[in-house]
Design a protein around this ligand. Structure first.
Ligand code: ASP
Ligand code: MG
Length: 408
C-alpha cells in the first residue's frame, strides 16, 4: 500500500465548499488503495487577519503569543476537513503539529523542524484513517507551540513525506503548477512540466510563491519528488525533482527556465563608513543577531577613506533595519543611511546558464532597451538578479520573458 502526502494551501481550504472539494480529493486518493496523510494551511487569509488583529492590540506582540495565535488558523482547517470527511462517511482524524510529532527548535515564528516522531500518524493510518495534520506548526523542547515561518505548511508536508517514507508528495495550490513567469502579468507564460530542485529553489527564493524555499531544500536533501498541482482540476502540474541530464539535452536551447520578480524588497544604504577592518562584520553581525535575512550586498570603492555599503532584505524588516542602521551610523561615525522600498527585484533562472556565456549581457541589454536603470546586480551559477525601480517591474518581466525565448 502506497503512502501519499497531500498538502493543501490556504486558498484551497478558503471556505466550506472548497474544504469539501479537498475532502473529495483526499478520499479519492484513499479509495485508490493508498494511505493518505493531508497537511493543510489556515483558511484563506486567516493568518494575515490574525496578524492584523494582533497588531491592533500590540504593535510588537511577543513572539510566543504570536505563535500561540497563528497556530489556531491551521487548527480550524484540520478539524473542518475531518468533519467534511466524516460527513462523507470516511474515516479521518485531525492532529495538531504537536500531536503529529513535529518537534522543532525553540525559535518562535521561524522554528526549524528537528524531527518528526511519526508513530501516531502511522498508527492512525494503519487504523484506516485519512490523517489530517496541521501545517506550519510544531512543538519546541519545552512543550511550547512554535510556527515555522510564512508558507511553512509546504515544509511541514515535505518533512512528513520524509518521515513517513511516502511514495508521493503532492502540493496542491490555486495555480496549475510552476510557470515560466507569473501568468497574471505575462500572458505568454506556460507551465513547466519538470524542474530541477536547484532551479525551483531559485524561483522560490526569487518570489515565485508556489513553494516555501525551505521545503524545496528539504526535498532536495532527501531526493523526494514533489508534484505541484491545482486543487481545482486534475491536470498534471509541475514535477520538482533531480532532472535527468537527457531531459536537459532535449531542451538545450532553453537557457533560462523562468523569470521571477519580487516586490517585497527593501534596500538600505549606509553612507560614508570609515574604511577599516571590521565594519562589515559589525553591520551584518547586528542584522544577523536580529534575524534579518540579508540578500544582496554591495560595497562601493573607497573615497577619502570612506565607503558606502548597500544591502537588500525583505520589506517587513524595515523597522528592525532602520534601528540597526541608525545604531551603525552612530557607532561607526558614518555619514547617514537611507532606506528605499520603491524598488523590486527581477531575476532570470536556468541551469542552462552554467554552460552558456552571455546571459548577463542579454539581460542587461534587454533592460537597457526599455530604459530601465539597474541599481544592484547579484548572480549565482544559475540565476541573475537585478534591483530596479518598482514601477518598471512588469515591463521588465515581459521584455525578459521574450528575450530569453520563453514566450509561447
Ligand atoms: N498559514 C501560514 C501562512 O499563511 C502557513 C502556510 O500557509 O503555509 O503563512
Ligand atoms: Mg503557500
Amino acid at each position: 500500500m502506497a503512502i501519499i502526502v497531500q498538502k493543501f494551501g490556504g486558498s484551497s481550504v478558503a471556505n466550506a465548499e472548497r474544504i469539501q472539494r479537498v475532502a473529495r480529493r483526499a478520499a479519492e486518493a484513499a479509495a485508490g488503495g493508498n494511505q493518505v496523510a493531508v497537511v493543510v494551511s489556515a483558511m484563506g487569509d486567516t493568518t494575515d487577519d490574525l496578524i492584523d488583529l494582533a497588531s491592533q492590540l500590540n504593535p510588537t506582540p511577543p513572539s510566543r503569543e504570536m505563535d500561540m495565535l497563528l497556530s489556531t488558523g491551521e487548527q480550524q482547517s484540520i478539524a473542518l476537513l475531518a468533519m467534511a470527511l466524516h460527513a462523507m462517511g470516511k474515516k479521518a482524524i485531525s492532529l495538531t503539529g504537536a500531536q503529529a510529532g513535529y518537534q522543532t527548535d525553540g525559535v518562535y515564528s521561524r522554528a526549524k523542524i528537528l524531527k518528526i516522531d511519526s508513530q501516531r500518524v502511522l498508527d492512525e493510518l494503519n487504523k484506516g484513517n485519512i490523517v489530517i495534520v496541521a501545517g506550519f506548526q510544531g512543538v519546541g523542547e519545552n512543550g511550547e507551540i512554535t510556527t515555522l515561518g510564512r508558507g511553512g505548511s509546504d515544509t511541514s508536508a515535505v518533512a512528513l513525506a520524509i518521515a513517513l517514507n511516502a511514495d508521493l508528495c503532492e502540493i496542491y495550490t490555486d495555480v496549475d503548477g510552476v510557470y515560466t513567469a507569473d501568468p497574471r502579468i505575462i500572458k505568454t507564460a506556460w507551465k513547466i512540466p519538470e524542474i530541477s530542485y536547484d532551479e525551483m529553489l531559485e524561483m522560490a527564493v526569487l518570489g515565485a510563491l508556489v513553494l516555501q524555499p525551505r521545503s524545496v531544500e528539504l526535498a532536495k536533501q532527501h531526493n523526494i519528488p514533489l508534484h505541484v498541482r491545482s486543487s481545482f482540476n486534475h491536470s498534471q502540474g509541475t514535477i520538482v525533482k533531480e532532472v535527468a541530464p537527457m531531459q536537459k539535452d532535449l531542451e538545450k536551447e532553453l537557457i533560462v527556465c523562468g523569470v521571477a520578480h519580487d516586490l517585497h524588497v527593501l534596500k538600505t544604504t549606509i553612507f560614508g563608513i570609515p574604511d577599516r577592518p571590521g565594519v562589515s562584520a559589525l553591520i551584518f553581525g547586528l542584522l544577523a543577531a536580529e534575524g534579518v535575512n540579508v540578500d544582496m550586498i554591495i560595497q562601493s570603492g573607497t573615497r577619502e577613506d570612506k565607503q558606502d555599503i548597500s544591502f537588500t532584505c525583505g520589506r517587513d524588516e524595515k523597522d528592525k533595519v532602520a534601528k540597526i542602521a541608525a545604531q551603525v551610523v552612530k557607532e561607526l561615525d558614518a555619514q547617514s543611511y537611507l532606506l528605499e522600498d520603491n524598488i523590486a527585484k527581477i531575476s532570470v533562472v536556468g541551469a542552462g546558464m552554467m554552460t552558456h556565456p552571455g546571459v548577463a549581457a542579454i539581460m542587461f541589454k534587454t533592460l537597457a532597451d526599455i530604459d530601465c536603470n539597474i541599481l544592484m546586480i547579484a548572480t549565482s551559477e544559475i540565476k541573475i538578479s537585478c534591483i530596479i525601480d518598482e514601477t518598471k517591474i512588469n515591463e521588465a518581466a515581459i521584455a525578459l520573458h521574450k528575450a530569453f525565448h520563453l514566450d509561447r
